[in-house]
Design a protein around this ligand. Structure first.
Ligand code: HMG
Length: 387
């Protein structure tokens, strides 16, 4: 039985800050951010968006009435949760008015949450092949103003409808995993910004990539030549480039050149959005599909998922005959081009407002043109609006 992704939606803010301007304000050489880090633009999330509304706006693009009727499970991968008890999946189901004969759950393991969701969805669909599962990866990446992590912030949501007989990609049965109990990146309770050991996190990402790739090749009986493209979790796009260099080192130059071309297509959207933590790998997948015109059905894509703390997985999938029609529904290239650039001062002001508040407050929502918006907190409960 084939199981995989049938539809993908993506949503981010309509505002961004230009990385050249941010570098100038931080007295850094712009080439450090543009080439050394590999980021061109960074999404700035409005205070009237949280992970629930980001996800609702992403799901809204893909879910038909027929999908709603067959939905059995919603898995929300996030590390930017809005409540210590009630899951973001429950908030999302309420906001989208999903049918209530449904299981909803939030999954957390840093940037690995959505990948865990995809794994769990596959198990669920083996038992309930007629059902559909919604897997979300949504986050707002925050390290703090004027920190080394600042140019690697961003935010957004990817929504994936996982089904049997999927039209975009069918996952293959082999995957390889590795974990470490590591403090490379973490966010203590009550804090809104991540703590990070930057260099250590980079090294762990690359070490675990090698570990799961070696293991995957043994168990799947496949090698580099069997892949058309590799995609990576992209906290910033230069790290994925380093990952690809480490996989291709010593390999045939002609094959490598094709893989690096595919990587450029796969990093395009991420370089314009920044890190969206658990959605990042899947935004890169979408970027590959919409920016690499020569991809063909039947070709194999390798996925490297990494979440700090740390969990890594390498897995693969085969593109399905209708993948081009399925991803042509929304032109994200145009959506990203249509965003509005704001000044570094405006970004700093919005950044400071983007904090979880549990006290009574009402937000002015008229400036946010998204369909689903966060309106503030009333009697300790979060309130949402549909525009
Ligand atoms: P830094 O120390 O400011 O930067 O922080 P740097 O000095 O290492 O420079 C970065 C790169 O720019 C280097 O390239 C420089 O050479 C280059 P590299 O040596 O690495 O190839 N550079 C230049 N290039 C061209 N022209 C110039 C120039 N100057 C310098 N003039 C760091 C960088 C990534 C550490 C920081 O931004 C950070 O801490 N970011 C957050 C942590 C992070 O993203 N870690 C990634 C792995 S962990 C992960 O992926 C999980 C995560 O997504 C969270 C989750 O799982 O939930 C983060």
């Amino acid at each position: 039985m084939k199981i995989g992704i049938d539809k993908i939606g993506f949503f981010t803010s309509d505002l961004y800050v230009d990385m050249r301007e941010l570098a100038q304000q931080r007295q850094e050489d712009p080439a450090k951010y543009l080439i050394g880090i590999g980021q061109k633009k960074m999404a700035v999330i409005r205070p009237t968006q949280d992970v629930v509304t980001l996800a609702a706006n992403a799901v809204d693009q893909i879910l038909s009435e027929a999908d709603r009727q067959k939905l059995g499970l919603v898995i929300f991968g996030t590390e930017s949760g809005v409540d210590n008890s009630k899951s973001t999946a429950a908030y999302l189901a309420g906001l989208l008015k999903l049918p209530e004969k449904l299981q909803v759950v939030e999954v957390k393991q840093a940037c690995y949450g959505a990948t865990a969701g995809l794994d769990f969805a596959q198990g669920y669909l083996c038992l309930h092949p007629e059902k559909k599962v919604l897997v979300i990866g949504a986050d707002i990446a925050r390290y703090g103003l004027r920190t080394p992590g600042e140019p690697t912030q961003g935010g957004g949501a990817v929504a994936m409808l996982v089904t049997t007989n999927p039209r975009i990609i069918a996952f293959e049965p082999n995957s390889a995993v590795a974990m470490r109990d590591a403090n490379d990146f973490w966010r203590p309770l009550g804090e809104s910004e991540a703590r990070v050991a930057g260099k250590f996190s980079n090294n762990l990402y690359l070490d675990l990539l090698q570990e799961v790739w070696q293991e995957y090749q043994k168990t799947a009986g496949l090698q580099l030549i069997d892949f058309t493209a590799f995609i990576f979790h992209l906290p910033y796009t230069k790290l994925g480039l380093k990952g690809l260099r480490s996989l291709t080192s010593g390999n045939d130059l002609a094959i490598n050149s094709q893989l690096f071309k595919q990587f450029e297509a796969a990093r395009s959207y991420n370089s314009q959005v920044g890190n969206l933590y658990t959605g990042s790998l899947y935004l890169s997948f979408l970027s590959l599909l919409q920016n690499s015109p020569k991809l063909q059905a039947g070709q194999r894509i390798g996925f490297y998922s990494y979440g700090s703390g740390a969990q890594a997985e390498f897995f693969s999938g085969l593109l399905q005959p209708k993948f081009k029609e399925q991803i042509a529904q929304n032109d994200f290239k145009q959506i990203l081009t249509g965003r509005r650039k704001i000044s570094v001062a405006d970004y700093e002001s919005l950044y400071q407002q983007q904090v979880i508040q549990t006290t009574e407050h009402k937000l002015r929502t008229t400036e946010d043109l998204a369909k689903y918006v966060f309106a503030g907190t009333h009697e300790s409960q979060r309130t949402y609006e549909i525009h």
